[in-house]
Ligand binder design. Structure first.
Ligand SMILES: [Zn+2]
Length: 83
């Protein structure tokens, strides 16, 4: 039996670009039940995990924060802009 996959998308609140990553339902369930993202998604990059963490926060809170893509995050960090 193959595991069903899901594509999770987060839209950057600064450049309005949608970023997505694909995970298995099993991985999502582990994460949403309380596993750390780096344990639930060991083969995903840090940036991909940020999308997944954003989705979890959006669904379950308690503090849903806007998603910032790596490009905008780096721009903010390097230029010292205020978000
Ligand atoms: Zn962006």
């Amino acid at each position: 039996m193959g595991d069903t996959t899901a594509t999770i998308t987060a839209t950057c609140h600064r450049c309005n670009t949608a970023h997505s990553t694909t995970v298995t339902i099993t991985q999502l369930e582990q994460h949403w039940r309380g596993h750390l993202a780096q344990h639930a998604y060991p083969s995903h990059t840090v940036n991909q995990r940020e999308i997944l963490i954003h989705e979890r926060n959006r669904r379950f809170g308690p503090h849903p924060a806007p998603y910032t893509c790596p490009t905008c995050f780096n721009r903010t960090f390097n230029q010292g802009e205020q978000p």
